[in-house]
Design a protein around this ligand. Structure first.
Ligand SMILES: Cc1cc2nc3c(=O)[nH]c(=O)nc-3n(C[C@H](O)[C@H](O)[C@H](O)COP(=O)(O)OP(=O)(O)OC[C@H]3O[C@@H](n4cnc5c(N)ncnc54)[C@H](O)[C@@H]3O)c2cc1C
Length: 469
């Protein structure tokens, strides 16, 4: 066959997967690349913003594990990671009435919760339902055995639902598939390594350090609105149209927009329509959102000097929930914890996920400060200083993301769909790979993670390299 020596490749998106694909192609001599990025910056869901005396991460924050983790391995020995300490310690559990909670009992229940969620894979993998159903029935038995109070048991269940929603980006753990939860990849080693005051953006420096030319190939503020692929033709080229009306031709296109973008826009983004197999996978794989609020104070009022202190964990009573339902502060019900931030002694970070994320993202900054301070004062039972500054996330309402990351849903299990189905390459009649898909949601083992995104970019680039070899 007569193949072009240096085909034209368009990569849609300059997040980790797009940049990784570009680097891999350039390293192999394929440098006729154009990267079209909708935002006015690179990095995508890696978004480190200036805050306090460094950078905090609105997107990917921690390196989860060391073994077989492409992010960790790329910088191993070249970067001195920090550590949040979440792996080995429990938060200080708090209740809104200031009652002194039996921390030992809470931790005992916490141990049971972790065992059920992360060490019962034998039973869980055979369970056909959701993580919610599996967890509740097992946890209630454990709580009974531990002679835990009925209301504490329910408050802990609510706490671990939030934990799982934050891990998975789900709105409710009723959507999380129990058997698929058991097959997600795990990278051994420390689970919460940090980039200290540098932010995750530091990783991008490592990723492109030997191929800086990749930066010259990026066009910012170039939102792709349509990709016309040539399904039934042999000798036509696909055409990419951007929102400003420009058209670009290419031999191959690597599309890295999020699963949220695909769910929302695939019907208008691709003409002709994507194959039914791919559409089914897009529609049924899970994708949701988490939120973060960073607050900076003059000085810490949390026990930052206690070696093992990691966070305040909120146990919401029924009365608390009733009090907030129907009010403008209802979104606070999604807040699980306020955690310390490694390398920032004066910064607290709230983590949240659940049913109120749209409200959270659409209320003004001033209200976010008022509400989070109201919440902290309620649980800590004291007056607190106002923060000097605040920054928060808005991933769901940004049309270039529509959420934070993908998860293995109950529907994916029901319809036998895996992340692999989201990798389906579109070929033209000559069997030329025309549109390839990358992005965290397409990685078989580490979807939802930064290293999953990197792996997916390499995989898509390798598929093209293989074609040319
Ligand atoms: C809040 C949050 C917390 C996270 N925490 C962690 C963590 O602690 N550890 C971890 O490992 N991972 C974490 N992740 C996940 C990790 O950040 C992502 O998996 C990874 O960054 C995704 O990279 P990607 O290239 O797949 O997608 P993206 O980063 O979304 O890149 C895709 C790019 O395509 C662009 N785009 C979209 N549509 C178009 C279009 N039509 N035209 C042109 N461009 C388009 C987007 O703007 C974006 O830049 C977190 C993510 C979020 C949001």
């Amino acid at each position: 066959k007569s193949l072009k020596k240096n085909p034209k490749i368009i990569i849609v998106g300059a997040g980790l997967s797009g940049l990784s694909a570009a680097v891999r192609l350039i390293e192999n001599g394929y440098d006729d690349i154009l990267i079209l990025e909708a935002e006015n910056r690179i990095g995508g869901r890696i978004h480190s913003v200036k805050f306090s005396d460094g950078f905090v991460d609105l997107g990917g924050q921690w390196v989860h594990g060391e073994k077989n983790n492409s992010v960790y391995e790329m910088v191993d020995g070249k970067y001195d990671f920090g550590e949040t300490g979440f792996d080995n310690y429990y938060p200080t559990f708090m209740q809104s009435d200031g009652a002194t909670l039996d921390q030992e009992m809470c931790q005992k229940l916490g141990d049971s919760a972790f065992k059920i969620l992360f060490s019962s894979y034998d039973e869980m993998s055979k369970f056909q339902g959701s993580v919610d159903e599996f967890f509740k029935s097992a946890f209630k038995k454990e709580a009974l055995r531990a002679k835990a109070d009925y209301s504490l048991t329910n408050e802990m269940i609510d706490f671990y639902e939030k934990e799982m929603n934050i891990w998975n980006g789900s709105m409710t753990w009723k959507d999380l598939s129990a058997p698929l939860h058991c097959i997600s990849g795990h990278n051994a080693g420390i689970q919460h390594l940090t980039w200290k005051r540098d932010g995750f953006k530091k990783f991008i420096d490592f990723l492109i350090q030997d191929n800086q030319e990749v930066l010259d190939k990026i066009m910012l503020n170039k939102k792709v609105v349509n990709i016309q692929w040539t399904k039934n033709y042999e000798n036509k080229l696909p055409i990419v149209t951007t929102a400003d009306g420009y058209k670009y031709f290419a031999d191959h296109i690597i599309f890295t927009g999020s699963l949220g973008v695909l769910k929302d826009q695939h019907r208008t983004l691709f003409s002709p329509q994507l194959p039914i197999t791919l559409r089914r996978a897009i529609e049924n794989m899970g994708y949701g959102v988490i939120g973060k609020v960073f607050l900076e104070f003059d000085q810490s009022f949390w026990p930052i000097n206690e070696k093992n202190w990691v966070a305040y964990g909120f146990l919401w009573t029924k009365e608390d929930m009733k009090e907030l339902k129907g009010t403008k502060r209802e979104w606070l019900l999604d807040v699980q914890a306020f955690a310390k931030v490694d390398a920032f002694p004066n910064v607290l970070e709230a983590l949240l996920a659940g049913r109120h994320m749209k409200e959270f993202e659409t209320i003004p900054d001033e209200q976010i400060i008022d509400d989070t301070m109201w919440l902290l004062e309620k649980f800590l039972q004291k007056q607190l200083p106002r923060p000097n500054s605040m920054t928060r996330t808005k991933w769901l309402t940004n049309p270039n993301y529509m959420g934070s990351y993908s998860f293995n849903s109950v529907n994916a299990w029901k319809f036998n769909i895996s992340t692999k189905d989201l990798q389906e390459t579109l070929f033209n009649l000559k069997k030329k790979p025309e549109i390839l898909f990358a992005g965290e949601h397409t990685d078989e083992l580490y979807s939802s993670n930064a290293h999953g995104a990197v792996n997916s970019g390499y995989r898509a680039a390798d598929e093209l390299l293989k074609y040319y070899l």
